[in-house]
Design a protein around this ligand. Structure first.
Ligand code: HEM
Length: 209
């Protein structure tokens, strides 16, 4: 059963949020860099190592997401300010769930892509052990693997670009709440930041992130 709403996020939720935010930014940057660097002779050796790190961090983010979703489904997030229009609350809600869906779909597409790869390269998780490929895809006949891998590559890339776009909207909205509206939306995810206005005595209890 979800617990009663609080006035701000727990420290566990705040740490998980920022950890994943910075790690996801690193995933997009490393993904863009390594796919270009692999074609440059001078950078190829480093690019191979970055591929392994990209896969190791990406799969770890999938595990962290499971922890985060478990938290989200058992805790009710802090309520949104009563001053927020119903339509804006709806948009915030859809954006937050779109972020959860993308945070799951992108690493799953990446995992599926390397599993179906014609190169059949192993994923060594931070150099420690071999992370298994997804069985159904790894067992495909070689002539089927090529088109499946290419499709998953495109899906992985487009979803990652979509995530980057939604994160920009999400961060822009949080800044607008802090700078223009002066409410406590951003400060409850960054506790040392003080809102210009006092939190509402009667916030909307049903919506949040
Ligand atoms: C967790 C979130 C992840 C994000 C945000 C992310 C993001 C990206 C991005 C932006 C690219 C560059 C795409 C391009 O422009 O071509 C990329 C490439 C790639 N990613 Fe990820 N990735 C994630 C997870 C994973 C995981 C879990 C794996 C595998 C286990 C993976 C494997 C790959 C591979 C192999 C490529 C290179 C594809 C190619 O050769 O074109 N990624 N990723």
């Amino acid at each position: 059963m979800p617990q009663a709403p609080r006035s701000r996020y727990t420290y566990g939720a705040i740490i998980l949020h920022w950890l994943m935010a910075f790690a996801l930014a690193g995933m997009v940057v490393s993904g863009l860099w390594m796919t270009g660097a692999i074609d440059r002779a001078d950078d190829r050796a480093l690019a191979f190592r970055v591929y392994q790190l990209h896969k190791s961090f990406g799969l770890s983010l999938l595990v962290l997401l499971a922890v985060r979703l478990a938290w989200r489904l058992t805790h009710r997030p802090p309520a949104l300010p009563a001053t927020m229009a119903k339509a804006m609350r709806g948009i915030a809600h859809v954006t937050h769930w779109a972020l959860y869906v993308l945070m799951a779909a992108i690493p799953l597409a990446g995992w599926a892509m390397v599993s179906a790869s014609v190169w059949d390269l192993p994923t060594i998780w931070f150099g420690l052990f071999e992370w298994p490929h997804l069985p159904g895809l790894a067992d495909l006949p070689v002539d089927r693997k090529g088109p499946v891998e290419e499709t998953l590559k495109t899906v992985h890339r487009l979803l990652a670009y979509g995530l980057a776009g939604i994160v920009l909207i999400h961060a822009g909205a949080a800044l607008k709440h802090h700078v223009i509206d002066g409410d406590d939306i951003l400060s409850r995810m960054i506790p040392m930041l003080k809102p210009k206005r006092k939190p509402d005595p009667d916030p909307h209890p049903e919506a949040g992130a």
